[in-house]
Design a protein around this ligand. Sequence first.
Ligand SMILES: Cc1ncc(COP(=O)(O)O)c(C=O)c1O
Length: 383
Amino acid sequence: MSLFNVYPLNPIAITKAAGSRVWDDKGQEYLDMYGGHAVISIGHTQPHWVKRIVDQLHAIAFYSNSVIMPIQEELATALNEISSKKDFQLFLCNSGAEANENALKLASFHTGRKKIIAFKKSFHGRTSLAVAATDNSSIIAPVNETDNIIFLPLNDIVALQACFATQGSEIAAVIIEGIQGVAGIHEATDIFLQAIRKACDEFGAVYIADSVQCGYGRTGQFFAHDHAGVNADIYSMAKGMGNGFPIGGILIAPHIQPKFGMLGTTFGGNPLACAAALAVIEVMQKDQLIKAAGEKGAYLINALRNTTGVKVVRGRGLMIGFEMEDHLQDLKKVLLNDFKIFTGEAKPNVIRLLPSLAISMEDINLFLTGLNGAIQQMTQKKD
Ligand SMILES: Cc1ncc(COP(=O)(O)O)c(C=O)c1O
């Protein structure tokens, strides 16, 4: 049987990983500045994370959500503490799309309304409502098309206020990434996030902070939205949460009340996933990785701004995008093939860096040396 061919693949088979390094089946080592798409938060095969999962596997791997699971409560307490969202509630699921799907559904249950405001170039996942709120018509199947989503330009306070002024009583939620990832690293401004908070308060709508990619400490705060000094009503989380073990979740403000059966899942919150997520938080706290992400990111952003061939640098902490001069369009390929460095991209000409928060300064400098080498090589070829 063949695999359903939906991914354009790099012809590389990765079979081993440690920290910010991965190895292919021929033993070739690579520097991972991509973190498997922002997933690797504390480093590949981090020893405490491996041990926590193995220990849990020996105790119990799975039971359904029909019994008390102390490890879920342990995770909720740890999340309250690390996120500083003290009296928020936790609902656990398995992925980013599922987290947003549940967040949007919950907002609709809570308000009794149908309309959702999302933003141009947003990406919220591939389940039915999450994909409908994603600004990419090529991944929206006809069955997912709906008139309930209103797309507004990012950072346009006038458009936001005008939309609320005309349709405010119908709006269940505003969903926004603190920093748009798939779009190529575009930050929501602090004043825009504050304006969303104000409009949601005024019209009784739910503010959903999609923190699947920009959350979990990556930007130097637990949630990217924290930089704006606002509290959302629901935060969706996934990628960095399990360091590669599939887990997602939503943090829900205390004023949103649960009802039996309102949300549910078979696998969400299973003990193995919770053990992985607890290990991530424990390592983040012990090694102060959130602070480190802010500091190392600032160093990297500054170095990129001083790199010949780099036109624009965007982002915060270790969520960085940079645009290159036109002759460097193949930079990602050259970095991978000739310099053995994995990076991400966004079309047409943006390189995305989403390394582990535990990446060392040596590896950051190694990346910068590789980047300069690749740019030099490509510039010489052009001249
Ligand atoms: C901001 C954002 N939201 C949601 C998702 C969907 O997450 P998943 O692929 O885990 O469903 C992604 C994935 O890239 C994302 O970047």
